[in-house]
Design a protein around this ligand. Sequence first.
Ligand SMILES: [Zn+2]
Ligand SMILES: [Zn+2]
Length: 317
Amino acid sequence: MSSTIKAEPTKQLYVQEPKNQVYKKTKFNQCNDMQADQGNIELTLLGTGCPSVDLDRLGPANLVDGGPSSRLLIDCGSGVTHRLLEAGCPGSQLDALLITHLHSDHIVDLFQLIISSWHQGRKYPQRIFGPPGTKKFVDGLMKLWAPELTQRVAHEKRPSAAALETEVTEISDGDTLNFKHITVKVVEVNHLPVRHAFGFIFETSNARLAISGDTTYCPALIKAAKNVDMLVHEVLIHRELPIIDGVRSAETVTAMQAYHTVSNQVGKVASEAGVGKLVLTHFVPPKFDYKSLLDEVQQDFSGPIIIGEDLMKLSVS
Ligand SMILES: [Zn+2]
Ligand SMILES: [Zn+2]
């Protein structure tokens, strides 16, 4: 018995504007010299998935490119180093990593990022900004791999081992991080019981971008994201989470909804913040009906809504 597999499924893009005006999808190694002009922000959605593995949506991560010395990676979910390469910005070229919170889906590929950046010839330590607990996590990670790494460094004799050093700064609500062409405001969001979870507001002379991180409906985020050009927000699609024996109980669904933003709320967040565009990401679950989601969110937000996909590149303006 044989089955037919469609090699190149036709992809329908779910955006409210003509697609060419909204984004272009980056192609493998095509944009190695890509860098935002000073004052602009180029956003690439690297991973739009969640902990359950999906072949189209890798783990949570975003690339925020604010120009020279201002290329920031936000979170490093599963597969991020491959996505960075596809987006034309290998880990060796990053200026800093910002971690929203210490849930595994947002940090699981950190060691792979460090090692691959070293192999790519990075000459500088990894600068990492994250919530309280980040230092302990990074120190523990490097300690766990120390026997392998010590042997590898001694054996391979690469010109520099600077990339294997980490400079960790733990951040707090209200902090402002200053990079060459972009500033980042840290906002504590509500992802309880996770004690410290942050959203970020990025600002250059021409553009403002907010990334929610993982959060339930959060007034502090709405206030901080007031009138931004673009809001990238997580979403949980409640009707797509049936109770499945051995996988998900009613209690599981209730618990998930309690610390994520449900799809019938996310449009209200965008509307109350008065944002220019809403980009949805971190889809729970990663497979869902696009049109139903768009219809639902449109009921509360009349601006452009973009259902994010991995490697979507968006100019923030
Ligand atoms: Zn989380
Ligand atoms: Zn998450």
